[in-house]
Design a protein around this ligand. Sequence first.
Ligand code: SF4
Ligand code: SF4
Length: 225
Amino acid sequence: MITAVQKPFAEIQAMVEGYSNLLVLGCGTCVTVCMAGGEKEAGILASTLRLAGRQKGLKMRIVEDTIERQCDREFFDTVRDKVEAADAVLSLACGVGVQFCSEVFAGKRVLPGLNTRFYGTTEQQGIWSERCAGCGTCVLDRFGGVCPVARCSKSLLNGPCGGSQNGMCEVDQENIQCGWQLIYDRMKSLGLLHLLEENQPIKDWRTGRDGGPGKIVREDMVLDT
Ligand code: SF4
Ligand code: SF4
Protein backbone atom coordinates (compact mmCIF):
# COMPACT_ATOMS: atom_id res chain seq x y z
CA MET A 1 0.00 0.00 0.00
CA ILE A 2 0.93 3.66 -0.26
CA THR A 3 1.70 4.94 3.23
CA ALA A 4 1.22 8.45 4.54
CA VAL A 5 1.06 10.44 7.75
CA GLN A 6 -1.15 13.36 8.59
CA LYS A 7 0.45 16.77 8.33
CA PRO A 8 0.93 18.65 11.62
CA PHE A 9 -2.36 20.23 12.67
CA ALA A 10 -0.92 23.77 12.69
CA GLU A 11 0.14 23.35 9.05
CA ILE A 12 -3.31 22.11 8.06
CA GLN A 13 -4.98 24.91 9.97
CA ALA A 14 -2.85 27.55 8.24
CA MET A 15 -3.58 25.94 4.86
CA VAL A 16 -7.36 26.05 5.24
CA GLU A 17 -7.57 29.48 6.81
CA GLY A 18 -9.58 31.88 4.69
CA TYR A 19 -11.93 29.22 3.32
CA SER A 20 -15.44 29.47 4.66
CA ASN A 21 -16.80 26.23 3.23
CA LEU A 22 -14.48 23.28 3.51
CA LEU A 23 -14.92 19.63 2.61
CA VAL A 24 -12.58 17.22 4.42
CA LEU A 25 -12.41 14.25 2.09
CA GLY A 26 -11.06 10.91 3.32
CA CYS A 27 -9.93 7.98 1.19
CA GLY A 28 -11.05 4.46 1.98
CA THR A 29 -8.09 2.45 0.70
CA CYS A 30 -4.34 2.65 1.53
CA VAL A 31 -4.50 5.63 3.87
CA THR A 32 -7.34 3.98 5.78
CA VAL A 33 -5.14 0.95 6.42
CA CYS A 34 -2.25 3.10 7.63
CA MET A 35 -4.71 5.15 9.71
CA ALA A 36 -3.82 8.51 8.23
CA GLY A 37 -6.74 9.58 6.05
CA GLY A 38 -9.71 7.23 6.29
CA GLU A 39 -13.26 7.87 7.48
CA LYS A 40 -12.28 7.95 11.14
CA GLU A 41 -9.38 10.35 10.59
CA ALA A 42 -11.50 12.61 8.35
CA GLY A 43 -14.16 12.81 11.10
CA ILE A 44 -11.65 13.60 13.84
CA LEU A 45 -9.81 16.18 11.74
CA ALA A 46 -13.06 17.91 10.70
CA SER A 47 -14.18 18.11 14.35
CA THR A 48 -10.80 19.43 15.48
CA LEU A 49 -10.84 22.07 12.73
CA ARG A 50 -14.39 23.11 13.67
CA LEU A 51 -13.40 23.46 17.31
CA ALA A 52 -10.21 25.36 16.53
CA GLY A 53 -12.07 27.64 14.12
CA ARG A 54 -14.73 28.38 16.75
CA GLN A 55 -12.08 29.22 19.30
CA LYS A 56 -10.56 31.70 16.85
CA GLY A 57 -13.99 33.18 16.09
CA LEU A 58 -13.85 32.07 12.44
CA LYS A 59 -17.03 31.43 10.49
CA MET A 60 -16.25 28.15 8.76
CA ARG A 61 -18.62 25.48 7.54
CA ILE A 62 -16.78 22.18 7.57
CA VAL A 63 -18.27 18.93 6.32
CA GLU A 64 -16.57 15.59 5.92
CA ASP A 65 -17.01 12.54 3.73
CA THR A 66 -14.95 9.56 2.60
CA ILE A 67 -14.93 7.77 -0.74
CA GLU A 68 -13.53 4.37 -1.55
CA ARG A 69 -10.60 5.70 -3.58
CA GLN A 70 -9.50 9.14 -4.71
CA CYS A 71 -7.28 7.72 -7.46
CA ASP A 72 -10.20 6.49 -9.61
CA ARG A 73 -12.72 8.77 -11.29
CA GLU A 74 -15.83 6.66 -10.68
CA PHE A 75 -15.73 7.01 -6.91
CA PHE A 76 -16.06 10.80 -6.96
CA ASP A 77 -19.68 10.65 -8.19
CA THR A 78 -21.08 10.22 -4.68
CA VAL A 79 -19.46 13.43 -3.41
CA ARG A 80 -19.79 15.60 -6.50
CA ASP A 81 -22.42 17.86 -4.88
CA LYS A 82 -20.39 18.32 -1.73
CA VAL A 83 -17.23 19.15 -3.67
CA GLU A 84 -19.07 21.64 -5.82
CA ALA A 85 -20.64 23.29 -2.78
CA ALA A 86 -17.29 23.69 -1.03
CA ASP A 87 -14.81 26.45 -1.78
CA ALA A 88 -11.93 24.09 -1.00
CA VAL A 89 -11.36 20.37 -0.46
CA LEU A 90 -8.90 19.16 2.15
CA SER A 91 -8.00 15.77 0.73
CA LEU A 92 -6.76 13.08 3.07
CA ALA A 93 -5.65 10.86 0.20
CA CYS A 94 -2.07 10.18 -0.83
CA GLY A 95 -0.45 12.57 -3.31
CA VAL A 96 -1.98 10.60 -6.17
CA GLY A 97 -5.50 11.08 -4.83
CA VAL A 98 -4.99 14.78 -4.12
CA GLN A 99 -3.82 15.40 -7.68
CA PHE A 100 -6.53 13.27 -9.22
CA CYS A 101 -9.25 14.99 -7.17
CA SER A 102 -7.86 18.26 -8.46
CA GLU A 103 -7.99 17.00 -12.06
CA VAL A 104 -11.55 15.69 -11.72
CA PHE A 105 -12.75 18.97 -10.21
CA ALA A 106 -10.76 21.42 -12.32
CA GLY A 107 -11.01 24.89 -10.88
CA LYS A 108 -11.59 23.60 -7.34
CA ARG A 109 -8.85 24.22 -4.78
CA VAL A 110 -7.70 20.84 -3.44
CA LEU A 111 -5.31 20.89 -0.48
CA PRO A 112 -3.17 18.02 0.83
CA GLY A 113 -3.83 16.95 4.42
CA LEU A 114 -1.21 14.19 4.39
CA ASN A 115 2.46 13.72 3.72
CA THR A 116 2.79 10.69 1.44
CA ARG A 117 5.74 8.48 2.38
CA PHE A 118 6.36 5.17 0.61
CA TYR A 119 5.10 1.79 -0.65
CA GLY A 120 5.12 -0.29 2.47
CA THR A 121 3.67 -2.94 4.66
CA THR A 122 2.21 -3.11 8.17
CA GLU A 123 4.97 -4.62 10.31
CA GLN A 124 2.76 -4.61 13.39
CA GLN A 125 0.01 -2.39 14.70
CA GLY A 126 1.17 1.21 14.39
CA ILE A 127 4.39 0.39 12.50
CA TRP A 128 4.70 0.58 8.71
CA SER A 129 7.89 0.14 6.76
CA GLU A 130 9.07 0.57 3.19
CA ARG A 131 9.41 -2.41 0.87
CA CYS A 132 9.35 -1.10 -2.70
CA ALA A 133 10.50 2.06 -4.44
CA GLY A 134 8.64 1.43 -7.70
CA CYS A 135 11.84 1.15 -9.75
CA GLY A 136 9.98 -0.36 -12.70
CA THR A 137 12.36 -3.30 -13.24
CA CYS A 138 11.98 -5.67 -10.35
CA VAL A 139 15.11 -7.57 -9.29
CA LEU A 140 13.71 -9.36 -6.25
CA ASP A 141 14.43 -12.73 -7.89
CA ARG A 142 18.17 -12.08 -7.56
CA PHE A 143 18.08 -11.09 -3.90
CA GLY A 144 15.90 -13.69 -2.26
CA GLY A 145 12.87 -11.41 -2.21
CA VAL A 146 14.54 -8.57 -0.27
CA CYS A 147 14.69 -5.34 -2.25
CA PRO A 148 18.13 -3.71 -2.44
CA VAL A 149 16.65 -0.57 -4.01
CA ALA A 150 14.18 0.19 -1.23
CA ARG A 151 15.86 -1.46 1.75
CA CYS A 152 19.49 -0.44 1.32
CA SER A 153 19.86 3.26 2.10
CA LYS A 154 22.15 3.65 -0.91
CA SER A 155 20.15 1.32 -3.20
CA LEU A 156 23.29 -0.76 -3.76
CA LEU A 157 22.95 -3.72 -6.08
CA ASN A 158 26.43 -4.91 -5.22
CA GLY A 159 26.49 -4.49 -1.47
CA PRO A 160 27.07 -4.17 1.31
CA CYS A 161 28.97 -0.93 1.72
CA GLY A 162 31.54 -0.58 4.49
CA GLY A 163 29.07 1.00 6.87
CA SER A 164 27.09 -2.07 7.87
CA GLN A 165 27.59 -2.89 11.55
CA ASN A 166 25.86 -5.53 13.64
CA GLY A 167 23.10 -5.75 11.08
CA MET A 168 22.37 -2.03 11.18
CA CYS A 169 22.85 0.64 8.51
CA GLU A 170 25.35 3.46 8.97
CA VAL A 171 22.68 5.98 8.01
CA ASP A 172 20.92 5.33 11.33
CA GLN A 173 22.37 2.57 13.46
CA GLU A 174 19.54 2.74 15.96
CA ASN A 175 16.59 2.44 13.63
CA ILE A 176 17.52 1.18 10.16
CA GLN A 177 18.39 -2.43 9.50
CA CYS A 178 21.07 -2.93 6.87
CA GLY A 179 19.21 -4.08 3.77
CA TRP A 180 22.24 -6.05 2.68
CA GLN A 181 22.38 -7.93 5.97
CA LEU A 182 18.75 -8.88 5.33
CA ILE A 183 19.63 -10.00 1.80
CA TYR A 184 22.59 -12.04 3.05
CA ASP A 185 20.53 -13.72 5.78
CA ARG A 186 17.72 -14.58 3.37
CA MET A 187 20.04 -15.92 0.67
CA LYS A 188 21.85 -17.98 3.28
CA SER A 189 18.62 -19.51 4.53
CA LEU A 190 17.68 -20.34 0.92
CA GLY A 191 21.09 -21.94 0.26
CA LEU A 192 21.72 -19.36 -2.47
CA LEU A 193 24.69 -17.43 -1.08
CA HIS A 194 26.81 -18.32 -4.12
CA LEU A 195 24.53 -16.11 -6.26
CA LEU A 196 25.70 -13.06 -4.33
CA GLU A 197 29.21 -13.62 -5.70
CA GLU A 198 27.99 -12.57 -9.14
CA ASN A 199 28.49 -8.92 -9.98
CA GLN A 200 25.19 -7.29 -10.75
CA PRO A 201 25.15 -5.22 -13.94
CA ILE A 202 24.33 -1.53 -13.89
CA LYS A 203 20.60 -1.10 -13.46
CA ASP A 204 18.58 0.83 -16.00
CA TRP A 205 16.95 3.46 -13.81
CA ARG A 206 14.89 4.94 -16.64
CA THR A 207 11.96 2.70 -15.77
CA GLY A 208 11.75 4.46 -12.39
CA ARG A 209 11.74 8.13 -11.48
CA ASP A 210 14.97 8.81 -13.36
CA GLY A 211 13.15 8.29 -16.67
CA GLY A 212 10.67 11.07 -15.93
CA PRO A 213 6.96 10.66 -15.07
CA GLY A 214 5.94 7.05 -15.58
CA LYS A 215 3.12 5.84 -17.77
CA ILE A 216 1.74 2.37 -18.48
CA VAL A 217 -0.12 1.85 -21.74
CA ARG A 218 -1.86 -1.51 -22.24
CA GLU A 219 -2.73 -1.47 -25.94
CA ASP A 220 -5.04 -4.46 -25.47
CA MET A 221 -7.15 -2.52 -23.00
CA VAL A 222 -7.18 0.97 -24.46
CA LEU A 223 -10.57 1.84 -25.95
CA ASP A 224 -10.59 3.31 -29.44
CA THR A 225 -11.92 6.85 -29.48
S1 SF4 B 1 13.34 -4.12 -7.25
FE1 SF4 B 1 12.16 -2.31 -7.83
S2 SF4 B 1 10.06 -3.05 -8.26
FE2 SF4 B 1 11.16 -4.70 -7.14
S3 SF4 B 1 10.62 -4.34 -4.98
FE3 SF4 B 1 12.53 -3.23 -5.37
S4 SF4 B 1 11.95 -1.15 -5.95
FE4 SF4 B 1 10.14 -2.44 -6.08
S1 SF4 C 1 24.95 -0.09 5.71
FE1 SF4 C 1 23.75 -1.60 4.56
S2 SF4 C 1 21.75 -0.60 4.15
FE2 SF4 C 1 23.17 0.99 4.81
S3 SF4 C 1 23.93 1.83 2.92
FE3 SF4 C 1 25.42 0.23 3.56
S4 SF4 C 1 24.74 -1.65 2.58
FE4 SF4 C 1 23.07 -0.19 2.40
